[in-house]
Design a protein. Structure first.
Ligand code: COA
Length: 530
C-alpha cells in the first residue's frame, strides 16, 4: 500500500539514484571541457594561444547562454581523446545575435577530424541552416585524422559534406565567418576558404592545401610555413584572407565586429507571453523518475514541473488516454505537447494525428515527450486496425512542417520511439534525460524473443535447460541495456545531448525562440490510410 511514508522513501531513493546519474554526466562533461591532456594545454598557451573554451567565451556576449550540441559525441571512441571529438559546437549570442559557433580544439590531436568530428560539424551546420543562424568557425585544425579515413572521407555526412553545406548555406544567404587561429591544412584550409569572410592571426594562423613537408615531398620545393600560407602572405599576396589580426583576442574581437555588421536577427514570428514558473520545482523530477528503468515516468507530474504554471490545456483528455496531448507554454512560448502515458492504442494514435494537424494549421511547434514501450500488439489491436492508426500517426508527425522537438524522458522503444519523432524524422533538436533509454525493444523482450526463436529451432531430441536459456539470455540483456543508455546515444550523436532535467526549460525556451524566427512552410500531409 502507498502510505505517505513509503512514498517519501521511494522519492528519496529515486532522487539518490538520479543524483548519481547526474554526477556521472557532469564528470563526462568535465572531461569534454578539458579536451586534450594538460601538457597540450600548456604547450598551446606557451605558443601565445587561447584555449578553445576561452576563445568561445571571448567571442560570445558576456553572460550569453551557450547551447552545446554533441557535447559528449565520440565518448570512448578514440584512444586518448576526450568526449567531444576535438570540436566544440553550439549556439550563443554575439552582438545580441544568435550564432552557431564551431570551434576546433587544437589540444586534441592537433584539432584533427575523426569520423565523429565530421559528423558533429555537419550536425551543427544543419542546425544552423534550419534556423538560419550565421556560423562563426574558429579554425585550428590539421585536417583529417589520417588513420580514420574510412569514417572521414568517402560517404555523405562526413568531411566533404561540410563544404557542401557551406556552399548551400551561403547560396541561401546564411553568413559564415572563419577565424584562422592555427594551422589549417588540406581539407582544413577549405573550411575557411568557403566562408564569406576570413580573419587570420599573424604568426599563428596558416592556411595551405599542403604543408611544407607535403610540398617538399610532392614537388621538391623547400619553403617555410610563413611563405607558404602565413597570415601576412595571405593578407597581402594571395588575397585568400580578409582581415589580419595581431593575436587570438584581436581576431575574436574582429569576428564580433563582423557579426555586428550582419543584417539584424529576424524578429520572432510567434507570440511570446510573460514566462511563468512551473507549478512544481523542476528538480522534483529527480524524485519522480523511477529508479527502476522498466517503470514508466509519471507524465502528469513531470508536466507540472516543465510547463509554465504547470498548465496544459488538454485536448481529448478523456479519449486515447495513453497519449496526453494539449497546448501549453514553456518560457512564454506556445507548444503543442504530445506526452506518452502508456502503450499506444488506435485511439491514442488517432488522437496524435488529429492534434498534430491542429498544431500545423495553427503554426504551433510540437514537443514530443517520449516514454513508450511501443504500439499495442495482439489480435484485438490488429483487428482494430492499429497498423493503420500507427501509420496515420507517423504520417502526421513526419509531414508536420512546424518546428519539432523531442525529449526522451524515460524508455522509448521500437515504433513508439519512431512515432514520437525519433531522430529519423529530423526534429529540430533531440535530447535525452540521463535516465532515458531507447532501442528496438527492451532488454528482457529482446532476450525473450531470441530465446523463443532458438527454442523453436531446436533439433528433435535436443534439450535446452532453463539454465542454458538463462545463460543465453543474460548477455543479450546486457547488450541491450548498454545499447539503450542515454550516454550511448549521446556518444554516437544519435541525439544532440543529454540534459539535466533542471536544464530542460531553459534549453527548450532558447530552441523555441530560435525556431520562432524562421517562417514555417505550410504542411503537406502524406496519404492517411483510413
Ligand atoms: N592525422 C593523424 N594524426 C595527426 C594529424 C593527422 N593529420 N595531425 C596531427 N596528428 C597527431 C600527432 O601525431 C600528435 O599525436 P600524439 O599526441 O599522439 O603525439 C597530435 O596529433 C598533435 O600533433 P602535433 O604535431 O604534436 O601538434 P602541433 O600542435 O605541434 O601541430 C598540426 C598540429 C596539425 C599543425 C601538425 O600536427 C600537422 O601539421 N599535422 C599534419 C597535418 C596534415 O598534413 N594534414 C593533412 C590532412 S589531409
Amino acid at each position: 500500500m502507498n502510505t505517505p511514508a513509503s512514498m517519501e522513501s521511494e522519492r528519496r531513493l529515486n532522487e539518490g539514484a538520479y543524483r548519481e546519474l547526474l554526477a556521472s554526466l557532469f564528470e563526462a562533461r568535465g572531461q569534454a571541457w578539458q579536451g586534450g591532456p594538460p601538457a597540450t594545454h600548456e604547450r598551446h598557451m606557451q605558443r601565445g594561444r587561447i584555449l578553445v573554451r576561452d576563445r568561445i567565451e571571448l567571442l560570445l556576449d558576456a553572460g550569453s547562454p551557450f547551447l552545446e550540441l554533441g557535447e559528449l559525441a565520440g565518448e570512448g571512441f578514440y584512444e586518448g581523446v576526450a568526449p567531444g571529438a576535438g570540436i566544440v559546437t553550439g549556439v550563443g549570442l554575439i552582438q545580441g545575435r544568435a550564432c552557431m559557433v564551431i570551434a576546433n580544439d587544437a589540444t586534441v590531436k592537433g584539432g584533427t577530424y575523426f569520423g565523429m568530428t565530421c559528423r558533429k560539424h555537419v550536425r551543427a551546420q544543419r542546425f544552423a541552416w534550419q534556423h538560419r543562424l550565421p556560423c562563426v568557425t574558429l579554425v585550428d585544425s590539421g585536417g583529417a585524422f589520417l588513420p580514420d579515413q574510412a569514417n572521414i572521407f568517402p560517404d555523405e555526412g562526413l568531411f566533404g559534406s561540410i563544404f557542401h553545406n557551406q556552399v548551400g548555406m551561403s547560396a541561401e544567404g546564411i553568413a559564415q565567418i572563419a577565424v584562422v587561429l592555427g594551422a589549417c591544412t588540406a581539407g582544413g584550409a577549405y573550411i575557411p576558404a568557403l566562408c564569406d569572410e576570413i580573419v587570420i592571426v599573424r604568426g599563428k594562423g596558416f592556411m595551405f592545401l599542403g604543408g611544407p613537408q607535403l610540398t617538399q615531398a610532392a614537388t621538391g620545393e623547400i619553403v617555410d610555413a610563413e611563405q607558404l600560407g602565413g597570415a601576412d602572405m595571405h593578407s597581402r599576396v594571395s588575397g585568400v584572407t580578409d582581415h589580419l589580426a595581431d593575436d587570438d583576442a584581436h581576431a575574436l574581437a574582429i569576428a564580433r565586429r563582423l557579426v555586428g555588421e550582419l543584417p539584424p536577427m529576424p524578429p520572432p514570428l510567434r507570440d511570446r507571453v510573460a514566462p511563468r514558473d512551473p507549478a512544481r520545482a523542476v528538480t522534483d523530477i529527480y524524485g519522480l523518475i523511477p529508479r527502476d528503468t522498466r517503470k514508466p515516468v509519471p507524465t502528469r507530474d513531470v508536466l507540472q514541473c516543465l510547463l509554465d504554471a504547470g498548465e496544459l490545456s488538454e485536448f481529448k483528455a478523456e479519449y486515447g488516454e495513453t497519449l496526453i496531448t494539449g497546448f501549453a507554454r514553456i518560457g512564454g512560448w506556445q507548444v503543442g505537447v504530445l506526452a506518452n502515458n502508456g502503450v499506444l492504442f488506435t485511439e491514442s494514435a488517432d488522437k496524435a494525428a488529429h492534434f498534430i494537424d491542429l498544431c500545423c494549421k495553427r503554426n504551433v511547434p510540437l514537443l514530443f515527450l517520449s516514454d513508450v514501450t511501443g504500439f499495442m500488439v495482439g489480435r484485438e489491436a490488429e483487428q482494430g486496425g492499429i497498423a493503420k492508426a500507427g501509420a496515420r500517426f507517423i504520417t502526421a508527425m513526419s509531414s508536420a512542417a512546424v518546428p519539432k522537438f523531442t525529449l526522451i524522458t524515460g524508455g522509448s522503444y521500437g515504433a513508439g520511439y519512431l512515432a514520437m519523432c525519433g531522430r529519423q524524422f529530423k526534429p529540430n533538436a533531440m535530447f535525452m534525460w540521463p535516465n532515458a533509454r531507447a532501442a528496438i525493444m527492451g532488454p528482457e523482450q529482446a532476450a525473450m524473443t531470441l530465446a523463443l526463436v532458438k527454442r523453436q529451432n531446436l533439433k528433435p531430441g535436443e534439450r535446452w535447460s532453463a539454465e542454458d536459456e538463462e545463460a543465453f539470455k543474460a548477455p543479450i540483456r546486457r547488450q541491450y541495456e548498454d545499447f539503450a543508455a542515454a550516454r550511448n546515444y549521446a556518444r554516437h550523436l544519435w541525439v544532440d545531448g543529454i540534459l539535466d532535467p533542471a536544464e530542460t526549460r531553459e534549453t527548450l525556451t532558447l530552441l523555441l525562440d530560435l525556431a520562432a524566427r524562421v517562417p514555417a512552410p505550410a504542411t503537406r500531409f502524406g496519404v492517411f490510410r483510413m
